[in-house]
Design a protein around this ligand. Structure first.
Ligand code: GDD
Ligand code: MN
Length: 354
């Protein structure tokens, strides 16, 4: 096999036959297979299986019953399952025209690159298929932000957010990838310095159905950026900071409703602990969830730990002030820093332990 075409799909039934037909017409000079990695909740897998029967090239279907890491996770699964080193990743909704695939392959044939990116943002490319001005602006702005955070690794890539690219699997370390949400190319390029080639392409309109992009995907993307650049602890710290502010706002609200400050503080802390857990679950440790027991078990550990930690911090503070004679505000700051580190270590090694 010369090429594996990896197509992530989520409820794309009406696009499957047309996609395969156009791939078959466009790529005729080499042996290739198509691997669908499907997380659909509708009849898309049946449609793919039926289409596979009539295609005159191999079509494989990997259906994930318990999908992890969304679109990016699906692509990684496809890369793992590929039978050739060169893998082409493209969407299943025909926004990535199969007719452009030969140009990507031709660029890779020059043998001087590990990745060929189909870019909307170089001369000859265009992003009109993004449909509305908001998405175009968000895409442009997030591309700039991303490139500024990885000036060297993304130096040769004008479109790190594209979902249309060709990659040599030998050049990447699949096990080091931590996909979360949509931006899998960014994950690949930011982990290791790769040689990037680009060809322009025009992002087309969807053939059928609607986009799965969402506000949640946007938050996932920002988390991914933070983690790639500054590590998991930075995302953990940000979530903790947001929690601290929420804690105070809730407490203030309850006091305004007439509650006494002590019960208000306790209720605000418990709400924050629960909210904090959910953010850790869906953002910071989302990639470690699948291997670490049930959500309920994790919640019990996290909730217990945070409460015990809050209770222990008071006597520790007392010892620091009374016995070690550290000024109380500095002592309180020290206990908070220590609590932050211990909490991070506990969550990374115990709550989300495999
Ligand atoms: N397996 C799987 N699991 N596939 C998914 C999932 C998922 O959770 N979510 C989306 N997909 C599939 C869709 O079925 C489609 O084939 C492809 O991924 C892209 O999803 P769309 O919903 O069409 O996304 P988009 O068009 O808004 O975004 C595309 O363009 C962006 C550039 O602006 C994607 O290519 C993005 O990766 C890209 O960044
Ligand atoms: Mn799309």
């Amino acid at each position: 096999m010369d090429l594996t075409i990896v197509v992530p799909t989520f409820n794309e039934g009406p696009n499957v036959a047309e996609l395969l037909r156009r791939i078959g017409d466009a790529v005729d000079d080499r042996l290739f297979e198509v691997v669908f990695v499907d997380d659909s909740t509708d009849d898309t897998p049946q449609i793919i299986a039926a289409a596979a029967q009539t295609a005159d090239f191999p079509v494989r279907l990997i259906h994930r019953d318990a999908p992890t890491a969304g679109l990016g996770g699906a692509v990684v699964e496809g890369l793992r399952a590929a039978t050739s080193n060169w893998c082409l990743v493209m969407d299943g909704d025909l926004q990535h025209p199969p007719e452009d695939v030969p140009r990507l392959l031709a660029r890779a044939d020059r043998d001087d690159v590990d990745v060929v990116v189909a870019s909307r943002y170089i001369a000859g490319g265009d992003s009109k298929g993004l449909a509305d001005a908001t998405r175009t602006t968000v895409s442009r702005a997030s591309t700039l932000l991303t490139k500024s955070m990885f000036p060297r690794k993304l130096g040769d890539c004008s479109d790190p957010m594209t979902g249309f690219f060709l990659v040599n699997r030998d050049a990447i370390d699949i096990d080091a990838l931590r996909p979360r949400g949509f931006k899998i190319l960014l994950e690949i390029l930011a982990r290791r310095h790769l040689r990037v080639g680009e060809v322009p392409f025009a992002f087309a309109s969807r053939f059928a159905g609607a986009s799965k992009a969402s506000f949640t995907q946007g938050i996932r993307f920002l988390t991914q950026l933070l983690m790639l650049r500054f590590g998991r602890m930075s995302a953990f710290a940000l979530v903790g900071g947001v929690g601290a502010i929420a804690n105070l706002v809730i407490m203030w609200g309850l006091i305004r409703l007439g509650m006494d400050y002590l019960p208000a503080s306790i209720i605000a802390s418990e709400i924050t602990i629960i909210g904090n857990f959910l953010l850790l679950e869906y953002l910071v440790f989302s990639d470690m969830r699948a291997e670490s027991g049930s959500m309920r078990q994790r919640f019990v550990k996290s909730f217990t730990f945070n409460n015990v930690e809050a209770i222990i911090r008071i006597p520790v503070l007392w010892v620091l002030v009374e016995n070690a004679h550290i000024p109380s505000v500095i002592a309180a700051g020290l206990t908070l820093i220590a609590a932050f580190v211990v909490r991070f270590v506990f969550h990374a090694l115990v709550v989300y332990a495999p």
